[in-house]
Design a protein around this ligand. Sequence first.
Ligand code: KG4
Ligand code: ZN
Length: 337
Amino acid sequence: MSILALETSCDDTCAAVTDARGAVLANVVSSQGVHARFGGVVPEIASRHHLELVNLLVEQALDEAGMTLAQVELVAATQGPGLVGALLVGLSTAKALAAARELPFAAVDHLQGHVAANFLLTGGDGRNGSFQPPFVCLIASGGHTLLAHVRAHDGFEVLGRTLDDAAGEAFDKGARMLGLGYPGGAKLEALASGGDAQAFPFPGSRSERARGGWGTARKSFSQGLDFSFAGVKTALLYRLRELSQRELHARAADLAASYQAAVVDSLVLRAERALERTGLDRLAVGGGVTANGELRRRLRSLGATVHIPERALCTDNAAMIASAARHGAYATGERPL
Ligand code: KG4
Ligand code: ZN
């Protein structure tokens, strides 16, 4: 079944077309650069931009797929979670298209979308194979951090999630404290590449654990599958306060590398634990943070079969929403409309 999908949960306006086999025929994204100057996404601005862009993106996706609306058999859109005003634009557009063409409509959960990105066939003609359940899926983005047990194509069980910030948010906030721009994950990684990851034993890092720095109060949390990044963020703030401007300049790379290590360690440790607890040796990922080289390297060294979709399918995109819809993973459990 050929599917047209929209994703507008945050600041990326996305449209995609997939075919009957789950191959990606088009996957277009228009990122709204306008939010950088505010240091974060401004919901009202995001909604307005979605409204301006969404029809153009639908046309572009159909064009790239070499299709017309008449050939689409199902329309899908992200139902949530996300910014309400932003979601509304994609949902209303998709519903209107479905209603006008008398097509079924699928409302899809955004996180199910990240999981389903792993099922897609890529490489134009679909020569790159997809990853099939069962597997553990680590989703780490600017808005979400989650470990999922994926037993089937149309759902997942949450094994652990963040209790405070998302991993990408932790990267972005750390980057901001270090004077790097927004979004700062990739910039922090670049700065970290010249630094010593052991220089500052931040909470959550292997070096802190090796020093026996985990108090009993945190032990039970630390043995679970939930994440917390508030501690490492505060620790960075305190370290920065202790350093003079000159020291800060001299040690910026060490600070970035140590901070990155703490966030990555926290992700990898829990992913490894989730594999152990489920008895699985297959791991998939999703979310923008999985672009991080250190995270990829560490996940690949776990000894499990690791599936990392291409970057365009890890960050927010509509092909993943089409993939979830293709497998009947509708957020509402039915086809409304
Ligand atoms: O999935 P995504 O594109 O958007 C959503 O948040 O939904 O993820 C964006 C997040 C941002 O927080 C960004 O800083 C982070 O992914 N990110 C990275 C890297 N590239 C993007 N974090 C660490 N290292 C990177 N190389
Ligand atoms: Zn996302």
